[in-house]
Design a protein around this ligand. Structure first.
Ligand SMILES: [Zn+2]
Length: 216
């Protein structure tokens, strides 16, 4: 399997996972044109993309989803909660491209098996994805706020694991986020804002029964 993080961070996220035959985009949080260019740089023609799997409805994960679906007739896979939160923001879509998925219920795209799993994040039914093809497993979880045992078991035995956790206290304070969110995130039980800088220090073997949080 081929794996290419095209964009990452609060300015936009998109990951390409390819079996060689199936090319799946996970999120498309920048413009359609930029995604096209990034795909080209990764050696994949945007016309060959098989579909887009959406982790959650935040703008930095969906801003290119609608336009790419219209331009290339791409199916969009998202949970019911994510659809409810993003549907109107994607613009007109073909009914056949609206695909509802559920955490714990796997599905196939040609030779790729895709398992959505719950992730802890401040969004409406967000998910991460485990992808299987050619005897390999790729696990993608972005904007993770907490490590839970349940999540660690999903991440286990991955050949490639993309784990992203963005929470910087100064960025949160200065960012264009609603006041309620700014107040709520650092106040969450078990979160120490000072510990949220940089990468999580927790290893998979250290995950306790209640898990560990460092932000969202
Ligand atoms: Zn998010």
């Amino acid at each position: 399997m081929k794996f290419a993080p095209l964009f990452s961070g609060s300015n936009g996220n998109a990951v390409l996972v390819s079996s060689g035959r199936t090319h799946l985009l996970i999120d498309a949080g920048v413009s359609g044109v930029r995604i096209q260019e990034a795909l080209m740089a990764a050696g994949v023609d945007a016309r060959g993309i098989s579909g887009i799997a959406v982790t959650h409805e935040h703008s930095d994960h969906i801003s290119g989803v609608g336009v790419l679906s219209r331009r290339y007739n791409l199916p969009i896979f998202a949970t019911e909660g994510t659809w409810a939160a993003m549907r109107e923001r994607l613009g007109a879509l073909e009914m056949r491209n609206i695909r509802v998925i559920r955490a714990g219920a796997d599905f196939f795209m040609d030779d790729m098996n895709i398992m959505p799993f719950e992730i802890p994040h401040d969004a409406n039914e967000p998910v991460g994805f485990s992808l299987y093809a050619g005897g390999m497993k790729v696990c993608v979880a972005t904007d993770i706020g907490c490590i839970r045992d349940k999540w660690m078991s999903e991440a286990e035995k991955s050949d490639i694991l993309l784990l992203e956790a963005n929470h910087d206290v100064d960025m949160l304070k200065a960012g264009r986020y609603p006041y309620e969110l700014k107040r709520r995130i650092p106040a969450k039980k078990g979160i120490s804002p000072m510990r949220t800088r940089g990468s999580p220090r927790r290893s998979s073997s250290a995950a306790g029964s209640s898990g560990s949080c460092w932000g969202t």
